[in-house]
Write a protein that binds this ligand. Structure first.
Ligand SMILES: Nc1ncnc2c1ncn2[C@@H]1O[C@H](COP(=O)(O)OP(=O)(O)OP(=O)(O)O)[C@@H](O)[C@H]1O
Length: 261
């Protein structure tokens, strides 16, 4: 199912945080949102998972304005891993993952055998099965992040929204997670800070700067040295990845010792 920002603006305390954002996220595509700190990425995502309502414009799921879809249908269709996703309660890992089925249950309905199998499968995929009986409050940041992603998957959403999902993950788990995103067949909207990972995983990328979309397109169309200089104020050399052909950015520290010897 496709998702679309249709002229979305968000104004809070008199400040325009997102300014007339229009961006399609095609069905089954992985679309990245990148941009400097404070450029409005999380704010845009909040409009998708219902934490904020656009002041102007709409977020449409399969053509329907989320505001008209109803919170229960939206909660079933959209799973989110956000900056705020965490648990204040010391659920076990299994319990927290099973909570991902909550939007599909009525009353005190117990999980079916298929749903339990789904939870076990998600825990395997996210490499957290060995933590099944641990309390989530005792987990490391990366372990907790993987549990929350498993919880999002068991929801069987049409759309997955992820705000910096690689935060806290070591390089193996970063690569595994992003590789998995490409195999899910879901519509994925993901905020990433690492532009090289964004280039590797995304079909398309939108670049936000001060709340406005400054460019959208394929990674090769978007991640140019000019764009990175203009938006991030950083000089980069762009090369093609020798195996995948994806654009990859090479950075040099401004105080690189080797340039002065
Ligand atoms: N309730 C609020 N009132 C006023 N300004 C806010 C409010 N919430 C967020 N902001 C500001 O809106 C801007 C955009 O924030 P947002 O979290 O969307 O940026 P971001 O691109 O996700 O940033 P980061 O990369 O640092 O996570 C920031 O300047 C932030 O301080």
């Amino acid at each position: 199912m496709d998702l679309r920002f249709d002229g979305v603006s968000v104004v809070l305390n008199g400040k325009t945080l997102v300014d007339r954002l229009s961006l399609p996220v095609g069905s089954g595509q992985v679309v990245g949102l990148v941009g400097p700190n404070g450029s409005g990425k999380s704010t845009a995502l909040r409009c998708v998972y219902g934490a904020l309502k656009p002041h102007v414009g709409a977020v449409r799921l399969g053509g329907t304005d989320l505001a008209e879809l109803g919170s229960r249908r939206a909660a079933r269709a959209i799973a989110a891993l956000t900056q705020e996703s965490s648990s204040e309660f010391d659920f076990t890992v299994t319990e927290l993952v099973e909570l991902g089925r909550f939007p599909h249950l009525t009353g005190n309905q117990a999980l079916t055998a298929r749903e339990r199998e789904l939870c076990r499968d998600a825990m395997d995929r996210l490499d957290v099965t060995h933590l099944a009986e641990r309390g989530v409050l005792s987990l490391s940041g990366g372990e907790r992040q993987r549990v929350l992603i498993a919880r999002a998957l068991v929801q069987e959403p049409a759309v997955l929204v992820l705000d910096e999902p690689t935060n806290h993950l070591d390089v193996r788990h970063q690569i595994e997670l992003l590789s998995m995103l490409r195999t899910l067949g879901l519509t994925v909207l993901v905020v990433l800070h690492d532009l090289n990972l964004a280039a590797a995983v995304c079909d398309r990328i939108g670049v936000l700067s001060a709340g406005s979309l400054v460019r959208a397109g394929t990674p090769a169309e978007v991640l140019t040295a000019d764009l990175v200089r203009e938006v991030f104020g950083v000089e980069v050399t762009v090369v093609d990845h020798p195996l995948t052909g994806d654009p990859q950015l090479l950075y040099a520290l401004t105080s690189d010792r080797r340039s002065s010897v």
